[in-house]
Design a protein around this ligand. Structure first.
Ligand code: ADP
Ligand code: MG
Length: 252
């Protein structure tokens, strides 16, 4: 039996790039971060004012991962600290998960940071007097509330199930940074800020730790904004932006 061949129309459709069935558009989530007209100056020791951050527009989509590349002294840490609400801006707007951070009083800013953000620093910033598990539980107590099962699961995810009761000083450098990764995810953040997080690790450990950070953020649906001057580290990212393309303190 001969099956009917495709009609001319069917062949045209099959060979064209137009989809045969219209897919419904993917739902557009609001950006997790939307920065507008952000300015920050510092006073220099000789009394001058130095503009350090002048970012007209920067957005980051929910769940996105972006590496920001910039040289030392270019204002990367200041930019992240503004987003975290640790440093107060002179002007501009920072919408974090839809909330205007710059208009919040300090207590609400701290609360928004605790519930929305996770941070990973170059120097880890673990609390030395607390075990790994307690470092994660303490972070939870400022945000979503202590959840021992989830804290244990996070530490397991970063390969530290066997080190829950160890103090930071009893861990290797790489293990300490993995505790910091678990802690950053403790409150199921929408955004993780990472400031040169692998700067204290050797190249192999840096690559492994960053891969873990990226995977863990993706699993937890957290966006990741990482700043670094290290090409090898940034090479892991699909999306990398030059901080100097974004930040124009000299022209403002
Ligand atoms: P990066 O992280 O890219 O190395 P920073 O944001 O740490 O850059 O610093 C950018 C500039 O802002 C530097 O010139 C630094 O000296 C200055 N700066 C940062 N913090 C302060 C501060 N608290 N007081 C005065 N100047 C500061
Ligand atoms: Mg810095």
């Amino acid at each position: 039996m001969n099956l009917p061949g495709p009609s001319a129309t069917e062949e045209a459709c099959a060979s064209s790039s137009a989809p045969l069935l219209e897919r419904p558009p993917a739902p557009r989530l609001p950006p997790v971060l939307d920065v507008n007209g952000l300015r920050k100056s510092y006073r220099t020791p000789d009394g001058d004012t130095k503009l350090v951050v002048a970012v007209d527009r920067f957005t980051l989509a929910a769940g996105a991962q972006l590496g920001l590349k910039g040289s030392s002294g270019s204002g990367k840490t200041t930019f992240l600290n503004l987003i975290a609400g640790i440093v107060k801006s002179d002007a501009g707007s920072i919408l974090l998960n839809g909330v205007e951070l710059t208009e919040l009083p300090e207590s609400k800013r701290d609360r928004l940071r605790a519930t929305t953000l996770g941070c990973v620093y170059q120097s880890f910033n673990l609390l030395q007097g607390y075990t790994c598990l307690d470092n994660v539980l303490l972070a939870m107590s400022f945000g979503a509330g202590r959840d021992r099962a989830f804290a244990t699961a996070l530490l397991g995810r970063v390969g530290l199930s066997h080190r829950l009761d160890y103090y930071p000083r009893q861990l290797s450098i790489g293990q300490q940074q993995r505790v910091a990764v678990a802690r950053a995810l403790a409150n199921r953040p929408k955004l993780v800020l990472a400031d040169e997080p692998t700067g204290n690790l050797d190249a192999t450990l840096a690559a492994e730790t960053l891969a873990l950070l990226r995977e863990a953020c993706a699993e937890q649906n957290a966006a990741l904004l990482l700043v670094s001057h290290d090409r090898d580290i940034l090479a892991q990212f699909e999306h990398v932006a030059e901080f100097k393309q974004l930040n124009h303190p000299a022209n403002s």
